[in-house]
Design a protein around this ligand. Structure first.
Ligand code: C5P
Length: 401
């Protein structure tokens, strides 16, 4: 799928450098050609011989090398690539990129290039969450640099948290997506996320506590696999993923209209926590407190977006996935919901108090399909999203649901 693509891989100085060897192998398997720059730090972790044996190309590392400049200079290295991938990108390397420094071959090539750049950060959890690193990350994103990972998990420094480099398979998927070559390339996806806000008067509304995290992660995961993804989001505090088209809405009515405008799609994932009711009439002015008594709030039912998208017809997506937040008999209730809504799959989660799932970083879900229920182990919402997106890609490729 990457036949003829030319990747320039810059390997920074982190323990995750060993994973770059696997990445090279997978890129080559898919027909890409890979040239590598090993930074001085990178060469402390893996050898030029290992890298060169896998790429089948000369490995570069020094900026002022007479022989290297004569063979392929720093400008030529970037010219001869379709994509630059920095993996692992250490905190220091990201800082130098953000500042536009050019004090070794890697950073000089990165400054001299006009090709797309993909960065896979890898560092200690505290270095990752440090304000300086987050500032550098925002600067790199603003400069148009794509980022994959990092993941959350146990780290070589005996700590736990975000900072682990994305797995080679994930970096590969990001590379394929950047070439429009992922397993969902050419397919359109729709994701709803976040709460909705139903106005009562100009200052008051009905809403709920949904953060939008799981839906945003799913949109990002689908886009990473190459899907042309529209994210229809209610008011959420988190930044939309870079590679998706984000349509911001407030009410359930607006969310339904935005979803219908995004059709046709092959897959729709409804992760939004849509308000079930709205006020029948919205007051034009703020409702005043009155000695005469309490205002009566008459509610009417909102449209069910999932059920509407699931209705049979020429515009029905091939695969419609709903969510079910349950507090008891999760699988039984979610299976009943699948039938009632007419969707193909339901992702069910137990949001009982004490699970920490609602608004949290992790999720433990059951996937309900026509074939039955599967329970997935508890994992970060990004990992659940990646697994769901992979399953969607597999299903659409296979033609079944
Ligand atoms: O009926 P319930 O709200 O439990 O169903 C949850 C599923 O239905 C979620 O996928 C949610 O996004 C979707 N839903 C919807 N429109 C509504 C209510 C729920 O799309 N009005």
């Amino acid at each position: 799928m990457l036949e003829g693509r030319r990747i320039l891989l810059i390997i920074g100085g982190g323990i995750a450098a060993y994973k770059s060897l696997e990445l090279i192998r997978r890129l080559k398997e898919r027909g890409a050609s890979v040239r590598a720059i090993l930074t001085r730090g990178g060469a402390q972790f893996i050898t030029p011989l290992a890298v060169g044996s896998l790429t089948g190309e000369k490995v570069s590392s020094e900026l002022f090398s007479l022989t290297d400049e004569a063979e392929m200079g720093h400008i030529e290295l970037s010219r001869a690539a379709d994509l630059l991938v920095v993996a692992p990108a250490t905190a220091h390397l990201m800082a130098r990129m953000a500042a536009g420094l050019a004090d070794d071959l890697a950073t000089t090539v990165l400054l001299a290039t006009d090709k797309p750049v993909l960065v896979a950060p890898a560092m200690n959890v505290r270095m990752w969450s440090h304000a300086a690193t987050q500032r550098n990350l925002a600067r790199l994103a603003a400069d148009g640099i794509a980022v994959v990972g990092p993941n959350e998990g146990p780290m070589a420094c005996n700590e736990f948290g975000p900072g682990r480099m994305a797995e080679p398979a994930e970096i590969l998927a990001a590379i394929e997506a950047s070439f429009g070559a992922g397993p969902l390339a050419g397919r359109r996806a729709l994701v709803t996320a976040g709460p909705t806000r139903e106005p009562i008067d100009p200052v008051r509304y009905i809403a709920n506590r949904s953060s939008g995290r799981q839906g945003y992660a799913i949109a990002e995961a689908l886009a990473r696999l190459g899907a042309d993804t529209t994210l229809v989001s209610g008011p959420a505090e988190i930044a939309p993923p870079a590679a998706v088209r984000c349509v911001k809405v407030e009410t359930a009515g607006e969310m339904l209209a935005a979803c219908e405008a995004a059709l046709p799609v092959e897959v729709a994932v409804c992760a939004a926590a849509v308000a079930d009711w709205r006020a029948r009439a919205q007051a034009n002015q703020k409702i005043k407190k009155s000695k005469a008594g309490l205002p009566a709030l008459e509610l009417v039912e909102n449209p069910d977006i999932l059920a509407t998208l699931s209705r049979p017809g020429p515009r029905r997506p091939r695969l419609v996935v709903g969510f079910a937040a349950e507090t008891e008999d999760v699988i039984a209730h979610a299976s009943a919901k699948r039938a009632a809504k007419g969707c193909d799959w339901i992702v069910a989660n137990d949001v009982s108090p004490g699970t920490g799932i609602m608004g949290g970083e992790e999720n433990a879900v059951h996937l309900i399909t026509p074939a039955g229920a599967e329970s997935w182990e508890r994992a970060p919402k990004s990992a659940v999203a990646a697994r769901l997106a992979a399953r969607i890609a597999e299903t659409l490729a296979g033609g079944a649901s």
